[in-house]
Design a protein around this ligand. Structure first.
Ligand code: 13P
Length: 251
C-alpha cells in the first residue's frame, strides 16, 4: 500500500516571521499520526529555521529548487550539499514555474535529479502539460516525454527516492482543477508509462501526487482516485486551516 503524501509548495511567499507563524499554526492544526507523509517547502532563506522548528514533528522540509553542480561560480544558486547541511530531506524539481520562467529543460532537470539523488535527497519531480497541449490532444505524449527525458535513465533502486507530481499547468493558481476523472486518467497513464520501462515493482510503489488548485472542498474526491497518492498544494498550503483540511482528506 502506497503511503499518501501531501506537500505544500510555499513558492515566493512568507518572510522569516510569517514562516514561523505558519509553522506554529501547522504544528497546532495538522494531524500528528503517521498515516500521511506531510512536507512543506518554504523559501531557501527560511529552510534552516524551518528544519529546526519542525524537529520533533512529523512534518518534513523540502527546498523548491536546487542547482545541478556540486558548487562553484554560480552566483545566487544553492547546491544539494548546502540543502543537506541544514537538514533538508527533499527537493522539488521541475516545477512548471521553473520550466516557464527560468527555462529549465527536461535535460537540465535530468542533471538536477542525478545530483539530488547522489546526495540522498528525495526528489518531488513535477511535470504536466499546458492548456494548448491538452486542447490539441498532445498531453499524454508531452507527459511521456517529460518522464522519458528526465527519469528513464534511472536505476530501479533510485525510485525509492522519487515522488512524481503531475501538475497540469492550466490548473495551477487558476482555480481550475482537473476533474477527479481527468486526474485519474493521467495518473493511470503515468503509472503505466513507468511500468512499461521499470516494471511493477517501481510503478506500483511510486507515489504520484496531483497539483493544481487543490482546495479543502475538492481534495477528498481527487485523493480518493486509485492512482492519486496525495497532492502538491500551492495557494491553499499558505493557510494552516486549509492545509490541515487537505491533509486530513488524504487519510
Ligand atoms: P495551486 O495549488 O495554487 O494551484 O498551485 C499548485 C502548485 O503549483 C504546487 O506546486
Amino acid at each position: 500500500m502506497r503511503q499518501k503524501i501531501v506537500a505544500g509548495n510555499w513558492k515566493m511567499h512568507k518572510n522569516a516571521e510569517e514562516t514561523e507563524d505558519l509553522l506554529n499554526d501547522l504544528i497546532d492544526k495538522l494531524p500528528s499520526d503517521a498515516e500521511v507523509h506531510i512536507i512543506v517547502a518554504p523559501t531557501f532563506v527560511n529552510l534552516a529555521s524551518a528544519v529546526e522548528h519542525l524537529e520533533f514533528t512529523n512534518i518534513n522540509v523540502a527546498a523548491q529548487n536546487m542547482h545541478q553542480a556540486e558548487g562553484g561560480a554560480f552566483t545566487g544558486e544553492i547546491s544539494a550539499d548546502m540543502l543537506k547541511s541544514v537538514g533538508v530531506s527533499t527537493v522539488i524539481l521541475g516545477h512548471s514555474e521553473r520550466r516557464a520562467y527560468f527555462h529549465e529543460s527536461n535535460s537540465l532537470l535530468k542533471s538536477k535529479v542525478d545530483t539530488a539523488l547522489k546526495h540522498e535527497l528525495v526528489v518531488i519531480f513535477c511535470f504536466g502539460e499546458e492548456l494548448k497541449d491538452r486542447q490539441s490532444g498532445n498531453h499524454f505524449n508531452l507527459v511521456e516525454n517529460q518522464l522519458k527525458d528526465s527519469l528513464f535513465h534511472l536505476a530501479e533502486k533510485d525510485w525509492a527516492n522519487i515522488i512524481l507530481a503531475y501538475e497540469p499547468v492550466w490548473a495551477i493558481g487558476t482555480g481550475e482543477t482537473a476533474s477527479p476523472e481527468q486526474a485519474q486518467e493521467m495518473h493511470e497513464f503515468i503509472r503505466n508509462t513507468i511500468d512499461s520501462k521499470f516494471g511493477k515493482n517501481v510503478s506500483e510503489n511510486v507515489a504520484i501526487l496531483y497539483g493544481g488548485s487543490v482546495k479543502p472542498d475538492n481534495a477528498r474526491e481527487i485523493f480518493s482516485k486509485p492512482d492519486v497518492d496525495g497532492g502538491l498544494i500551492g495557494g491553499a498550503a499558505l493557510k494552516a486551516d486549509d492545509f490541515a483540511t487537505i491533509v486530513s482528506a488524504a487519510i
